[in-house]
Design a protein around this ligand. Sequence first.
Ligand SMILES: Nc1ncnc2c1ncn2[C@@H]1O[C@H](COP(=O)(O)OP(=O)(O)OP(=O)(O)O)[C@@H](O)[C@H]1O
Ligand SMILES: [Mg+2]
Length: 267
Amino acid sequence: MQSIVTRSEPPIRLRLDGIEVRFGGLVALEDVSLQVPAGSVVGVMGPNGAGKTTLFNVVCGFQRPRAGTLSFDGRPVRPAPHRLVRHGVARTLQGLGLFGGLTVLENVAAGASLSHRAPFVTSLLGLPSGARTQRAARDAAATLLDEFGIGDYAQSLPPALPYAVAKKVALARALISDPTLLLLDEPAGGLDSADIEELGTLIRRLPARGDGSRSVMLVEHNVDLIMSVCDHIVVLDFGKVIAAGTPDEIRADPLVAAAYLGGKDAA
Ligand SMILES: Nc1ncnc2c1ncn2[C@@H]1O[C@H](COP(=O)(O)OP(=O)(O)OP(=O)(O)O)[C@@H](O)[C@H]1O
Ligand SMILES: [Mg+2]
């Protein structure tokens, strides 16, 4: 019986329990708990100042919580930006952070060197042979660019790119490290509605890539995007979780309508 239960519920990739962050007297996060199961897309939304970026920073290790615990794959962790890769975590930040002097292909290939699987891949290839790993990274980057429909930009330099293309390049660079958990901070920021829809389709497909167990946590302002791509949504308001559930449950939640949608989408 135990095994049936275990099989029907995916393991928890990321777990936050009782996270608290204060800035002086301001409580930015209070007793925030959430779980990101393997193979799912979990969204964090909330009005301005709700604590979304602070929460993202806690998971990335940019912000140390005053109280609370985090675990990746059941292991308690104290995240630090330089240790994320070891945990199989990759992220895209609000800024693009692309290397202006490298081509799109080189930018994406550079992300491969950050892979938590790199030592394994290296041993498979019978290294030391930097050239072979580099070639493998470039091949993988080219495949990703094609998959994202931006193969034509492989030799372009980032400053010349349309913004929506640059966003996809940043996503490809995070993805090439084959993360088990991908963190996205405001991925829709600065995009028009057609581009947001396309991005949504892309994000939706992320867990199914590879072995189907990749998880995505996105912090996002855009309600339509979050509703269309997430399996589960957590809503913050004034640093507290005021609602958590499926997109339908969140849409129907009067507290959310009052806090976030300003009654706009309320029935
Ligand atoms: N470094 C800081 N020092 C002091 N206060 C901060 C700091 N960072 C955030 N805050 C405050 O903490 C609260 C939560 O901010 P946070 O940036 O996490 O909200 P947010 O949900 O990301 O908002 P937005 O939608 O505007 O990006 C806000 O009241 C903000 O002013
Ligand atoms: Mg923010």
